[in-house]
Design a protein around this ligand. Structure first.
Ligand code: FES
Length: 107
C-alpha cells in the first residue's frame, strides 16, 4: 500500500491509499479526485491527466520521456519541467507518500 496526495491549483489536498502497480491516473479516478479527466483512459493520447510532480519527488519519479513530452505540449495548462502524464507514472514502493499538483485546467 502506498499513499498519494493530490493538491489542486487552489490548494485543496486529497490523500488516498493506492496499490503498487497502479498508475497515478487510475488512483485519482478510482478515488474521484477532481481535476484528472483522463479522456483516453491511459493510452497516452490525450494529455488530460497532466500533473506537476512535487519538486521533492521529481527525482524519484523522473522526467517525462520524449514521446510523453510531445503529448504534454498539447496539455491545456502550461507544461513545466516537472510535468508528467499521470497515466504514465506507475506506483512503486519508493513512491509511498508521493505528492502531485493538479493544473488549473485539463481541457
Ligand atoms: S489518460 Fe490520456 S494521456 Fe493519460
Amino acid at each position: 500500500m502506498t499513499r498519494i496526495t493530490f493538491i489542486t491549483a487552489d490548494g485543496a489536498e486529497t490523500t488516498v491509499d493506492a496499490t503498487v502497480g497502479d498508475s497515478v491516473m487510475r488512483v485519482a479516478r478510482d478515488a474521484n479526485v477532481p481535476g484528472i479527466a483522463a479522456e483516453c483512459g491511459g493510452a497516452k493520447m490525450c494529455a488530460t491527466c497532466h500533473v506537476y510532480v512535487d519538486e521533492a519527488w521529481f527525482d524519484r519519479v523522473g522526467a517525462a520521456p520524449e514521446d510523453e513530452q510531445d503529448m504534454l505540449e498539447f496539455a491545456a495548462s502550461e507544461a513545466r519541467e516537472t510535468s508528467r502524464l499521470s497515466c504514465q507514472i506507475t506506483l512503486s514502493p519508493d513512491l509511498d507518500g508521493l505528492v502531485v499538483h493538479l493544473p488549473e485546467s485539463q481541457i
